[in-house]
Write a protein that binds this ligand. Sequence first.
Ligand code: ARG
Length: 471
Amino acid sequence: MRLWGGRFEGASDERMAEFTRSIDFDHALAVDDIAGSIAHVHGLGRAGLLAPDEVETLVRGLEGLGAEVEAGTLTWDPALEDIHMNLEAALRERIGPVAGRLHTGRSRNDQVATDMRLWLRRTIDGLDGAMVEMERALVGLADRDGEAILPGMTHIQPAQPVLFAHHLLAYVEMLERDRGRLTDCRRRANVSPLGSGALAGAGYPIDREATAKELGFDGVTANSLDGVSDRDFVVEALAAFALCMVHLSRLAEEITWWSNPRFGFVRAADAFSTGSSMMPNKKNPDPAELVRGKTARVIGGLTGMLTLLKGLPLAYQKDMQDDKPALFDAAATLEASLLVMAGMVSTLTVDRDRMRAAAGEGYTTATAVADALVRRGVPFRAAHHVVGALVVEAERGGIGLEALDDATIAAALAASNDSVAVTILGDAALPGELRAAAALDGALASCDVVGGTAPRRVAAALAAARVRLGV
Ligand code: ARG
């Protein structure tokens, strides 16, 4: 029964068999394993190791298994340890002893390394689509409510006003980098280890390049030991997944704050909220919280994989079998998180008035007022002091900077002892100029650099994102 059983006399201990088998999770590799086997059979045929009719029988049999996998009718036998042996046994049941020629010049070591790369390749392609969907949701919200003004914060304290669209586009930038990381990872992963054998290289003149080409790989691994024991691509993928989850988690954190009534900036749709079993008043942004929570799992997958590898000598070690649960779980978690966040973001209700009111609190336009003084020739450091003094005055009076009277402004300029400030304090136009700079729209418009929050810059960034995403 056991494909490796030749030298064994006794039966396996049930505890050992249960402990070492991987079929419970590596059945996810079924389609990849079949694709790898078909290419390998073709390679064996080209090398003259299989007769043409054997190639045909094997390929037909494998394609039949593929159809059964797709239909979900193939069942897995736990006694057969892993996906590779399950499929080989199923093949033998269907086509007979010729199935015994399939494993010529191949080990499960190069086989599983090939499967994992094929699996990762198609998984990355799916995740890229989910990332695009998330970006489209952000751009859609920016289109709908992007003119809203948000209190931009540093240290979680009011800092400077920013357009809501500008804030959303920051996440689009993060997701674009995430996509780039996956593309890089895919490129490095996309080489074929098939033909590395167990560790020393296959014992037959297999044209590895031809097999690789058939499987859509860009080339072959250059060293057989490395070919069977390299799991860098798993680490790279987990790192890229973890970082993307961190980005989603930061957005999730913001959405939870914004939807707190004290902020009241956004409301999650009923479809993306849950209630409390006890408190009838509750409406909770559960999906966002859970995305934040699940980020821990994906980060755990990354640290777990690095730890798994750190003590492994060359070449294949059974430890490597345990790369799969974390990788599969991380990819599924990331995909689900991207899709639920896309849904949540695209159904948010934005309260522009609440946002605007909050953006005006905390003297967020003070920098713009200082900049206006600099435009009049005052050195920035002196301007900073003058406006700091104006903030104190406004705070004392319980008013905004845009409501300060001429006399207060003149007094602050006089007290600065800056030669330019003292010369311009008599200029009748100046106080009005400073009050205009203190208005939210004036402050926004003044950040007119590439990447800044001035409305025309944000409109250009949004247009570029739309083109990139085809929306
Ligand atoms: N199930 C194994 C894994 O995922 C396949 C490779 C097993 N190789 C071996 N020599 N036992 O790692």
